[in-house]
Design a protein around this ligand. Sequence first.
Ligand code: ADP
Ligand code: MG
Length: 257
Amino acid sequence: MSKIIAVSNQKGGVGKTTTAINLAVGLGYLGKKVLLVDFDPQGNATQGVGANTKEGALSVYELIMEDYHARDVIRKLSSPPIDIIPANISLAGADLQMVKFETGKEQLLKNKLEEVRDAYDFIIIDCPPSLGLLNTNALTAADSVMIPVQCEYYALEGVTQLLLTIRLVQQLFNKHLMIEGVLLTMYDARTKLSVEVQQEVRKHFKDKVYKSYIPRNIKLSEAPSRGMSIFEYDVRCEGAKAYAGLAAEVVKANRKK
Ligand code: ADP
Ligand code: MG
């Protein structure tokens, strides 16, 4: 059975894209068939795996807004071992253009992913940093949401809003939507703040919080500029070990479901 996971938090810079890329690739290296869907107009996930698109190349925008099928826009990568649906800045216009659709504007991505979901073990969606129609589309297409929480001041700011949005999407469009897990990112064991945020988040979300947490790791911030996941860039670094641990936890949690 395939599983569609949206990596979402409307706060920018909390590690959504870093997590989407390295979770997807980590799952790929565990032998899973993985599709990474870049659903952020910034196209950071696309660039981050070196799938830079030529101008005019098909992307997730054409997939949801025009008469294309997922198989028309999927790009197969060999290194890293995943497939990707790329995004670029054209997606920024979709939010407004969708508003005028009378029905089904929340289901555009879901309908297109349905056609290919059985070909994958995991489909990972990198969400934009907002709670607009793009994010609603991602949450409607997904089976579950992974919420990265940065170990910083105001870590939980915005998460309340995200939880309300999740509940609304459950009521209106996708009653089976679950919380896959909460991931602590940019953890710095030397700071009291990181330790406190970790405790606070674990107290709040209990066993929904992954045992794996992602340390602040310079290699994780360097890898995207080389168009590599952390596993190609430096497989021995702490960031790679952490994301490998996360991928293993996700596989374990989804066994026999
Ligand atoms: P988002 O997608 O939520 O906006 P990103 O994944 O793009 O967040 O991360 C924001 C910035 O922080 C990026 O420059 C990224 O390279 C960097 N970053 C993300 N996770 C880590 C980490 N664990 N350690 C160090 N830098 C990180
Ligand atoms: Mg991002």
